[in-house]
Design a protein around this ligand. Structure first.
Ligand code: SAH
Length: 225
């Protein structure tokens, strides 16, 4: 996949981040390998590049943030990817998690509501050579129906409810990971669609803080920041 053979001077920092994530309980080797491989510093503005390999959220412009690596690694782990899945991401943002997903799954579809962020993410992801992902600008609470169903859906912004279209677009046995709660505090939940029916199981995972999911099945709109 992409980002192969990319020689850069940040490899040591990436290894440190991988060690830190392992120490914080991340076990999925494919996820750790992806973190070791994807150059996170290329997805953040130059002003915060020196902090790119800290386990912290960072501003990416338009009032949005690239999530904390631990949160992203945990979401990926919960998605239980083997490399064969079709995955939907809601909230492309910087495109960093899109790259991690592209390393761990077969096909990645990612929706972002702010056109400038989607375009910037597209540039970096193209530069890194990823060919197994598609980006779209729009309201990701509606999913991306033409390519459904998805084996896993990761929502990178906080929602007051579980968007119904996303549950509908999960394949049987599929996993939906999203931060659920108010604008200020949320719990990351794992929603698993029943393998033989329409039911779902919802399990809380951890307390998190994300920017709001703004859309028809998320929070009401307003400014794009
Ligand atoms: N995974 C991203 C995190 C970005 S923050 C990264 O690695 O950088 C969450 C993103 O969700 C923001 O860019 C925000 O604009 C976007 N977002 C919020 N509501 C959305 C919606 N309804 N559809 C698509 N994207 C949305």
């Amino acid at each position: 996949m992409g980002a192969r053979g990319l020689a850069d001077s940040y490899g040591g920092y990436r290894t440190q981040l991988v060690n830190e994530l392992q120490a914080k309980g991340i076990r999925d080797l494919a996820v750790l390998k992806a973190v070791a491989h994807v150059p996170r510093h290329l997805f953040v503005p130059e002003s915060v590049r020196h902090r790119a390999y800290q386990d912290a959220a960072l501003p990416i412009g338009a009032g949005q943030t690239i999530s904390q690596p631990w949160v992203q690694a945990r979401s990926l782990e919960l998605a239980r990817l083997t490399g064969r899945e079709r995955v939907l991401e809601v909230g492309t943002g910087s495109g960093y998690q899109t790259a991690l997903l592209a390393e761990c799954a077969d096909q990645v579809f990612s929706v972002e509501r702010i056109p400038a962020l989607s375009q910037a993410a597209r540039n970096v992801l193209q530069q890194l050579g990823y060919r197994n992902l598609s980006l779209m600008t729009g309201d990701g609470t509606l999913g991306w129906r033409p390519y459904a169903p998805y084996d896993a859906i990761i929502v990178a912004a906080a929602s007051p409810e579980i968007p119904k279209p996303l549950v509908e677009q999960l394949s049987p046995g599929g996993r939906l990971i999203l931060p659920l709660g108010t604008r200020d505090s949320q719990t990351m939940v794992l929603v698993t669609r029943d393998p033989n029916g329409d039911g779902t199981r919802v399990e809380p995972v951890s307390d998190v803080r994300f920017v709001p999911l703004i859309g028809q099945f998320g929070f009401a709109g307003g400014a794009s920041s």
